[in-house]
Design a binder for this molecule. Structure first.
Ligand SMILES: [Zn+2]
Length: 53
């Protein structure tokens, strides 16, 4: 389940698997689905991340 946190004064959505944060919940959800399914990140998705762990 995608989680929310404040980052640099903005609400972002986090992929709970890899910890990357996105402004759009849609990307966080896609990232999480991909991470869970493949046990790694998709570069096409993480390029949209605003916070990298
Ligand atoms: Zn992820």
């Amino acid at each position: 389940m995608v989680s929310k946190e404040k980052y640099e004064g903005k609400d972002i959505h986090l992929c709970v698997v890899c910890g990357f944060g996105y402004k759009e919940k849609e990307y966080a959800q896609k990232c999480e689905d991909f991470c869970k399914a493949h046990n790694s990140c998709s570069m096409e998705i993480t390029v949209h991340a605003v916070k990298r762990s």
